[in-house]
Design a protein around this ligand. Structure first.
Ligand SMILES: [Zn+2]
Length: 181
């Protein structure tokens, strides 16, 4: 198994001189704000579901790297590392005691992109607004029936990455769709 790559961000230069835009970089895992395409908060990274906004951002031509806050438990980070690998993008877990703020992960470009709003709306409030039942929102990562699957697809087809379809074999084994509790 490949050893996980963990980076230490050097926010202070070797001679202790603060780096350019230090105050900004401690907020964004050691990166310049102008290079960020999308950002998730630490709590958003800790959710079970993958944010499709991050998938979309990583697919973008200008996306070069995914950087994840190393203070977050690895079991929450893993799904995003896999996502980056699937899309042939580099991902780095970065730790620094100097980091501030709520940044959980960022998708960055190697150049300035000047995206005005890098924040992502909370998944559950967005899906509720789109009419997805609460039970179904919370069952991300599970197998659901065709009817529920189409409800999700109707609201946002990008959300299908968070669900699988219940097969007849599952039903024979006694599994039921968790979307109808
Ligand atoms: Zn269902």
């Amino acid at each position: 198994m490949q050893k996980d790559k963990v980076e230490q961000a050097l926010l202070v230069g070797v001679h202790g001189a603060p780096e350019l835009k230090y105050d900004e970089k401690v907020q964004y895992l050691g990166e310049f704000r102008e290079r960020i395409l999308r950002k998730l908060t630490k709590n958003q990274v800790r959710e079970k579901a993958i944010y499709p906004e991050i998938l979309q951002a990583l697919k973008g031509k200008k996306a070069d790297k995914l950087i994840i806050n190393g203070s977050i438990d690895y079991r929450f980070i893993e799904k995003y590392k896999e996502l980056a690998t699937d899309l042939n993008k580099t991902s780095t877990v970065r730790s620094d005691p100097g980091f501030q703020g709520d940044t959980g992960l960022i998708v960055i470009s190697n150049e300035a992109v000047e995206v005005q709003d890098i924040t992502v709306e909370d998944r559950s409030s967005r899906l509720r607004r789109l009419g997805v039942p609460a039970d179904l929102i919370e069952t991300a990562g599970q197998k659901v029936c065709t009817e529920c699957l189409s409800k999700i697809a109707e609201a946002d087809k990008n959300e299908l990455i968070n669900y699988q379809q219940l097969t007849w074999i599952d039903r024979l084994a006694g599994d039921r769709c968790p979307g109808h509790k």
